[in-house]
Ligand binder design. Structure first.
Ligand code: PXG
Length: 451
């Protein structure tokens, strides 16, 4: 039925493009897209299939979320069974077993001591939740003057007002007014001049963490609630932490009583090896935000991990009092929980949190083989993340990478993601060496053909 509907729609869309007008697409050039649509109809393993029947190799894990590959039978069955058993149940002053089970499972894979989980429906909600927990935590323990947040240039923390306030991408901020007050930003860590073509983490730039000290001293550390960073920035075009940088941020936060939030919406669930980047880099934050890979992208869900100290601080008032005035109708939704539990099973059974460590060196070797292609000005990689940065055409930032993107999709059956002139890659973790070979041989051809 769905397939017929899709085929029917695809035919209609081709003959009557104006029929596509009602859907206002997110983060998209709507008019350009609707003139030349790219419509996907089904997905399995490493591949999408388009409405016109082409098999497309997925170099992006959907949108950094399908870590276990598409159409996993175990996840599909769990969600399907759950919707037949119980479609919805409230979690405000009520409950059902699944979010309790899931939180316990998640606590097992989270770094010590982040053993408590608050459920949301997206990365953006996870970020706003973490920021609110940070403010409320300080207030509950009698330091309510800690109201400032520190983010970072180029940071992406979703699209809620909290997230765009601490985020550092100008286009995501400039249309939306004054945002949250009391937010400052550290400098970003992308330094192509010193670190171009680094393999893995760059050597130079740990000292940029000292921006935190400078900003903290400017406002007085006692006014700062939390610092939020992505261990690796994804949306900004893959920006890596220089060696020692995250340790330095951790030390400064501890010194000044500031909470450290790692936004692991992209880096969580095996993308860089281990469950979380916090473990891979051996730096433990106070809060971790996640989403995406939590359910393998199958059902929307996000989560915030809180340290025992933060959680326990809220559990001190009168027992009948609500400890945190925050939550979503769909926090701990049965379908999302069922998807997440099955996803964790797949990750564990197939040892997928080890995949980025195991295949990382091959991935690194293959991506860096592109360094001498025309217009390539930097290549960055860590785990199963890769970025190839192209020089921008004069006066047309993003045009060259966009041409690579469309050529890959329409002519070479490869899905990549581009942001500005950066080609970003984040394939499902089930990929094999042959997929890696195909991704990069295609990119070699296409980059060579693109002026
Ligand atoms: N934090 C981080 C670090 C993210 O990468 C979000 C929060 C927001 O998540 P939601 O679920 O609200 O979208 C994200 C999302 C890209 C791309 O191509 C990245 C994201 C979303 C869409 C595209 O880089 N990251």
């Amino acid at each position: 039925m769905t397939e017929n509907l899709q085929e029917h729609y695809a035919a209609v869309a081709t003959s009557h493009p104006e029929r596509m007008d009602a859907f206002w697409m997110p983060f998209s050039a709507n008019r350009q897209f609707k003139k030349h649509p790219r419509l996907l109809a089904s997905a399995s393993g490493m591949f999408y299939r388009t409405v016109d029947g082409r098999e497309i190799l997925d170099g992006t894990g959907g949108l950094w979320c399908v870590n276990a590959g598409h159409g996993r039978a175990r996840i599909t069955a769990a969600v399907s069974q759950q919707i037949h058993t119980m479609d919805f149940a409230p979690t405000f002053q009520m409950g059902h077993p699944l979010p309790f089970l899931l939180a316990e499972r998640l606590a097992e894979i989270a770094p010590d001591p982040l053993k408590h989980v608050f459920f949301t429906n997206s990365g953006s909600e996870s970020v706003d939740t973490a920021l609110k927990i940070a403010l409320a935590y300080h207030r509950v323990r009698g330091e309510g003057q800690r109201t400032r947040f520190i983010g970072r240039e180029k940071g992406y923390h979703g699209v809620g007002f909290g997230g765009i306030s601490v985020g550092g991408l100008p286009n995501n901020r400039k249309f939306f007014g004054p945002l949250l007050p009391g937010v400052d930003h550290m400098r970003h860590t992308l330094d192509i001049g010193r670190n171009a073509f680094s393999k893995g983490l760059p050597e130079h730039g740990a000292e940029l963490a000292d921006d935190l000290e400078r900003i903290a001293l400017l406002h007085d550390p006692s006014t700062i609630a939390a610092v939020i960073v992505e261990p690796i920035s994804g949306s900004a075009g893959v920006v890596l932490p220089p060696k020692g940088y995250l340790d330095r941020l951790r030390a400064l936060c501890t010194k000044h009583g500031i909470l450290l939030i790692f936004d692991e919406v992209i880096t969580g669930f095996g993308r860089v090896g281990n469950a979380f980047a916090a473990q891979r880099y051996n730096v433990v934050p106070d809060l971790i935000t996640c989403a995406k890979g939590l359910t393998n992208g199958a059902v929307p869900m996000g989560a915030v991990f809180a340290s025992n100290t933060i959680h326990d601080t809220f559990m001190n008032g009168p027992e009948g009092a609500i400890e945190l005035f925050h939550g979503y109708t769909y926090s701990g939704h049965p379908l999302a929980c069922a998807a997440a539990l099955a996803t964790l099973d797949v990750y564990a059974e197939e040892n997928l949190f080890n995949k980025a460590i195991e295949l990382g060196p091959y991935w690194e070797e293959k991506i860096h083989a592109l360094r001498d292609l025309p217009n390539v000005i930097d290549i960055r990689n860590f785990g199963l993340i890769g970025a190839i940065e192209l020089a921008s055409r004069p006066g047309a930032v993003g045009a060259r990478a966009y041409d690579v993107f469309t050529k890959c999709f329409h002519e070479k059956d490869l899905l990549i993601r581009v942001t500005g002139d950066v080609i970003a890659l984040s394939p499902p973790l089930i990929l094999e060496k042959s997929h890696i070979d195909r991704i990069f041989s295609t990119l070699v051809e296409v980059i060579r053909e693109t002026s």
